[in-house]
Design a protein around this ligand. Structure first.
Ligand code: HEC
Length: 240
């Protein structure tokens, strides 16, 4: 090996070709899995000739799973727990901020901070290798794992294939074809539907005979809001 070759051996890994090839390989594998899943599990669109059952599509992976994680809190945080709903917006912001700032967090000299520095010092002094790398990417793995668990747990009961049993061409306006005048529908009809069916979790839904407020603790009476839309996906035959 010539001197120059030895030098380039020791050179730091560069964006090209190291990063591009490794990240590229991961992306190709990712897209291959995505392609396989999306061509194997296709949403049926043969209605009205072949109408699926409204409950079809449970336990089948779908891209919709991803945003169901943001709907789940509406299911659990009702009544007294309603004030926790704000965290639905805050937690994802905190997590994304953490991931974006990770390179900078990495630069903080944790190993020099008295008191908590010891384990970081230990890790720093470890031999280069797989274990050290794993420890370094642990925060990302943990957050990624949490996210995946959340998406899986929140998504797998959703009835992703059943939509066509009701929302198909035979059902006409509003169910399949957009309302003749969408703006008008949203301003007038839908607004009226919401007003009539409106219920806000944790808010009084009326007065009983003695004049006391009645609360719908389960929070199931909302209509056309996020809670309704979520339940529409999980239990379309009950909530529509
Ligand atoms: C059991 C029948 C049924 C099934 C199954 C069903 N829907 Fe609906 N959906 C309805 C009805 C009824 C409405 C109310 C239509 C209206 O108000 O004009 C509706 C309304 C909607 C709306 C409009 C809400 C609004 O703002 O006015 C959306 C969006 C929607 N459904 C999505 C879905 C999705 C996605 C699925 C499958 C996961 C699904 N629906 C499955 C019956 C169904």
């Amino acid at each position: 090996m010539s001197e120059q070759e030895e030098k380039s051996e020791k050179k730091q890994k560069t964006w090209w070709p190291h990063h591009v090839l490794s990240a590229g390989t991961v992306s190709i594998i990712f897209f291959a899995i995505l392609y396989y899943l999306s061509s194997t599990y296709q949403i049926p669109d043969d209605a009205p000739e072949m109408i699926p059952l409204p409950d079809e599509g449970e336990y089948i992976p779908g891209p919709e799973w991803f945003f169901l994680i943001f709907w789940q809190p509406f299911w659990f945080f009702t009544g007294m727990k309603k004030k926790l709903l704000i965290w639905t917006a805050i937690v994802p912001i905190l997590i994304s901020a953490f991931l974006v700032l990770l390179p900078f967090i990495h630069k903080i000299p944790f190993h020099r901070i008295p008191g908590i520095g010891f384990p970081f010092k230990k890790i720093r002094e470890m031999r280069k290798g797989f274990i050290k790398k794993t420890i370094y990417v642990l925060p990302v793995l943990l957050i990624g794992g949490l996210l995946m668990t959340g998406i899986f747990k929140s998504g797998y009961q959703a009835k992703l294939y059943g939509c066509e049993s009701c929302h198909n061409a035979a059902m006409g306006h509003r169910m399949y074809i957009p309302p003749a005048d969408v703006a008008d529908y949203y301003r007038v009809d839908r607004a009226r539907q919401i007003k009539v069916g409106k219920y806000r979790a944790g808010k009084s839904v009326g007065l009983d005979k003695e004049g006391r407020h009645i609360y719908d603790v389960s929070g199931t009476q909302s209509y056309k809001d996020a809670n309704w839309q979520m339940r529409h996906m999980y239990e379309p035959t009950f909530t529509w």
